[in-house]
Design a binder for this molecule. Structure first.
Ligand SMILES: C[S@@+](CC[C@H](N)C(=O)[O-])C[C@H]1O[C@@H](n2cnc3c(N)ncnc32)[C@H](O)[C@@H]1O
Length: 224
């Protein structure tokens, strides 16, 4: 059953690949099926796809994966859907929702291949800490969803944020955490990343690899 908000009008979403899991039960169900482990194709989630620059290039280059994008801004969702449709992309689904609300409802534990959060938090100042997507709690939730050796990848152009995010991820014993030497991580660039490259601004990528579970969801190195 989709989560329902007690207030607010449902946005009128249009688009072949765009879904509203908050206000529409059938949209919620479609997304649940898209993310289901019955489908053998790898499942890759992106939180905050914004202009879908990454999504389009990534889906084009990897037609055999399932892409699941989350974005909280309606306009970005509409535009992204249009670009994906125009580009003939078939292996992407977009959800207008806060990923934190929906991820554990749509994705079964231990079934996710990758979660990408690229330049996720414009609120990188300390006083905006509560608004941030990335946190130790988020890292733990994602670790439950990831397959063994699945990857949580975060990119940023704020060095202080990179240091802080790395510390948050390292505090989660379900992961092995690395700062990548190649900050693109060998993936297509996002809109923000392209701007940084254009202006010669450095970026950072932090990769957290899900430890192999021994049995019954218990991790080899740690009982959470
Ligand atoms: C700074 S922009 C970066 C956009 C894009 N990833 C890029 O690199 O160009 C961050 C985006 O993430 C979205 N966002 C932030 N937190 C989110 C969340 N919890 N769920 C879904 N989208 C989120 C924002 O609405 C915004 O569009």
């Amino acid at each position: 059953m989709a989560m329902r908000r007690a207030h607010g009008e449902p946005p009128q979403l249009k688009g072949k690949w765009l879904f509203d899991p908050i206000f529409s039960d059938s949209d919620f169900e479609s997304l649940r099926q898209w993310c289901s482990d019955d489908d053998p194709r790898p499942l890759v989630v992106e939180v905050g796809f914004q202009r879908a620059r990454f999504a389009r290039a990534f889906c084009e280059a990897n037609p055999d994966i399932r892409y699941m994008g989350f974005e909280v801004r309606t306009k970005f969702c509409q535009d992204a859907n249009e670009w994906l449709e125009r580009g003939g992309i078939e292996n992407a689904r977009l959800a207008l929702v806060d990923a934190r609300e929906c991820l554990p409802l749509l994705i079964e534990p231990g079934t996710l291949d990758c979660l990408y959060a690229f330049f996720p938090d414009p609120w990188w100042k300390k006083r905006h800490m509560k608004k941030r997507l990335v946190s130790n709690a988020f890292a733990f939730e994602v670790s439950n969803l990831l397959k063994d050796q699945g990857i949580l990848l975060i990119k940023t152009d704020v060095q202080g944020y990179a240091d802080w995010a790395e510390t948050e991820l390292r505090a989660e014993p379900n992961y092995d955490v690395n700062r990548l030497a190649d900050a693109s991580a060998g993936l297509p660039l996002t809109q923000r990343e392209r701007k940084c490259a254009l202006h010669g601004r450095p970026t950072w990528a932090i990769e957290a690899i899900r430890n192999t579970r021994v049995s019954n969801g218990v991790t080899a190195s740690h009982d959470h």
